[in-house]
Design a protein around this ligand. Structure first.
Ligand code: ADP
Ligand code: 5GP
Length: 228
């Protein structure tokens, strides 16, 4: 059985961390890839748990040694996924979950066409702003910058397989889980087979409701709320 790769991207404040934590709690055999970055740690972040924090020189040496599956410069810092995480997941017969930006997602899709990509969107700019404020993690200046960055990033949704509009948390949690379960069955050729054929059909329908093509009409007003 091959290792499945799931890519999740989202503008900051959309609820990605919350949804990923719930997914890892509810689904077994899914390994979270800890990225390398040259940005300094924030708040409670820990080396090896949230990121591997390294100097630019070290990162550039890793690029030269071709140690990255993908890497990109995001907001002035390098971020990258080490190839070894994929190899480890393959050895353990686990799937791999990548939390990376739009540029990284495009590189992974090119190298691993079976990778499944999911873009998380907030329901509107106003709701995103409210969440950033309620999270109380950032200064007003940083919140304004995140909103500007979000306006740029959200257009990237068009290159993803699935789009998850994170409105009601419980529903979004269930939908994300459904996408992973349905894709696992599909990749193993078990989607229409027994056991639990009817359950599988329902999960698949829930996943299919998040296909980019299906969500498109709901995305238009969200883009409009960010000013086009
Ligand atoms: P991200 O990782 O995308 O920056 P977080 O997971 O930190 O986002 O979520 C941002 C804030 O929004 C947090 O305070 C979180 O509790 C809250 N949040 C996440 N999902 C929802 C939701 N569906 N409805 C309301 N608030 C949410
Ligand atoms: P932050 O600094 O807020 O943790 O992350 C900033 C952005 O970098 C987010 O969009 C996040 O998804 C992205 N990112 C984190 N790790 C990686 C990585 O390994 N590769 C790429 N391409 N982007 C990453």
């Amino acid at each position: 059985m091959g290792t499945g790769v799931f890519i999740i991207s989202a503008p900051s404040g959309s609820g990605k961390t919350t949804l990923v934590e719930r997914l890892l709690r509810d689904i077994s055999g899914l390994h979270f890839s800890v990225s390398y970055t040259t940005r300094p740690p924030r708040g409670q972040e820990q080396h090896g748990r949230d990121y591997f924090f390294v100097a630019r020189k070290e990162f550039e040496e890793m690029i030269a040694r071709q140690e990255f599956l993908e890497w990109a410069e995001v907001f002035g810092n390098y971020y990258g996924t080490a190839r070894r995480f994929l190899e480890e997941a393959e050895r353990r017969s686990e799937d791999l979950l990548l939390d990376i930006d739009v540029q990284g997602a495009a590189q992974v899709k090119q190298k691993l066409p079976d990778a499944v990509s999911i873009f998380i969107l907030p329901p509107s700019r106003k709701e995103l702003e409210g969440r950033l404020r309620r999270r109380s993690e950032d200064s007003e200046e940083v919140i304004q910058k995140r909103l500007r960055d979000a306006s740029r990033e959200i257009h990237g949704y068009a290159r993803y397989d699935y789009v998850l509009i994170n409105d009601l948390l419980e529903r979004s949690t269930a939908r994300l889980q459904a996408i992973v379960r349905a894709e696992r069955w599909r990749q193993r050729g078990e989607l229409d087979s027994e056991p639990n054929r009817e359950d599988k059909r329902l999960v698949r329908e829930q996943a299919e409701s998040c296909r980019k093509e299906r969500v498109q009409p709901q995305v238009e007003p969200i883009l409009a709320s960010f000013g086009g």
